[in-house]
Design a protein around this ligand. Structure first.
Ligand code: FES
Ligand SMILES: [Fe+2]
Length: 367
């Protein structure tokens, strides 16, 4: 895996924490009203925010060649994202300009999009190319009946989409995904849990020892993390115990591959987990106050057949037990949310990325 620019400083911070028995802490405690996990009005405001902001839609590697497309809902809106003949990624509302049928579903590669209803046909750049029996539409201006575009931009190895305006990506994030990392898997599932409850489980290491006593804790630490903040986004580093072997390595020669996991939270609803040999881009689509669709795109950390085979092996090996333990906890929280037991949830200083998220969310919703 190629080095990240700050891998060595992260390694040093981890070793310092191990030596001192400390961890990074966030700034302050946050009390989040439980109503914000239950309220349909609040969810509507969050969805409106997801349509307003530039949000990662998929990794660039999901669209490897001209004609590659991916159709999916984002914040409740069906979108079609496609790489054009010129190599540029464009996004459209996935709706035929005749009577609204969706033009594509899932992923694939196409030369054009033919509507399954009456076969109006669109170019990869969205232009309306062909209308069968066009004489039945006297006065139809094909030039103004192309697919309706939304703003798309490739950055950091991701395709960002902003549905309502072409707002710039503010966050100054370090390189997360390189262009040569191939995608080899996509998975989708629906969870009976609020999207924020699910998200919160990924971005704190305060629970590792108690929730994961046999899966993660034997290889990791109790409440020992490095936190970094990038605008509204963040990164939490989960070191493995074997990172201690770097104590004997000169700082400039330290490589962190296999010694830690990075979890980026890209505000508001995307997580990127960088494991030893593979990277997961996880998009959380809120479907209701207590329902979330989790879409996971998995990439190998390096190109080449051997790296891909190793990434596949690691992906199958990692995570099942630990992920089930996390799901059990968040499902349990979801059930208690309606019980009236808590008016607020209290996030402490060892849950700094969550506090950062709620602060950013409150500010974004107020803006
Ligand atoms: S709805 Fe698409 S061609 Fe009629
Ligand atoms: Fe966990």
């Amino acid at each position: 895996m190629a080095m990240r620019s700050d891998d060595q400083s992260v390694a040093q911070r981890v070793l310092d924490h191990i030596a001192r028995g400390t961890t990074d802490a966030g700034a302050g405690v946050w009390r989040e009203p439980v109503a914000n996990y239950r309220s349909p009005e609040r969810l509507a405001a969050e969805l409106a925010l997801l349509r307003r902001l530039p949000v990662p839609f998929c990794p660039s590697a999901a669209l490897p060649q001209s004609g590659s497309y991916l159709a999916r809902e984002a914040a409740g809106v069906p979108l079609l994202v496609v790489r054009g003949a010129d190599g540029k990624v464009r996004a459209f509302r996935n709706a035929c300009r005749h009577r609204g049928t969706q033009l594509a579903s899932g992923a694939g590669c196409a030369k054009s999009f033919v509507c399954p209803y009456h076969a109006w046909t669109y170019n990869l750049d969205g232009g309306l190319r062909h209308v069968p029996h066009e004489e039945g539409f006297p006065g139809l201006d094909k030039a103004t009946h192309g697919l309706v575009p939304v703003h798309a931009e490739e950055k950091l190895g991701l395709v960002f989409v902003s549905q309502e305006k072409s707002s710039a990506i503010e966050e100054q994030l370090p390189g997360i995904i390189r262009p040569d990392q191939p995608m080899f898997d996509t998975a989708e599932r629906e969870l009976e849990v609020n999207w924020k409850v699910f998200l919160e489980g990924f971005i704190e290491g305060y629970h590792i020892r108690f929730t994961h006593p046999e899966s993660f804790y034997p290889y990791g630490f109790d409440n020992l993390n490095v936190l970094d903040f990038y605008g509204r986004s963040s990164r939490i580093t989960y070191p493995f115990r074997r990172i201690r072997k770097l104590e004997k390595v000169a700082p400039e020669e330290r490589k962190v591959e296999g010694l830690l996991t990075y979890v980026y939270h890209l505000f508001p609803n995307v997580l990127i987990t960088i494991l030893s040999r593979h990277t997961n881009v996880v998009v959380l689509e809120p479907l209701g106050p207590g329902r979330t669709r989790q879409i996971t795109y998995t990439l190998a950390n390096d190109p080449g057949a051997e790296a891909l085979a190793e990434a596949r092996r690691d992906k199958d090996f990692v995570g099942n037990t630990g992920a089930l333990e996390d799901l059990a906890v968040v499902s349990s929280i979801q059930k208690s949310i309606g019980s009236g037991a808590n008016e607020v949830f209290t996030f402490g200083e060892f849950e700094g990325c969550i506090v950062h998220f709620h602060r950013a969310m409150e500010a974004a919703l107020r803006a």
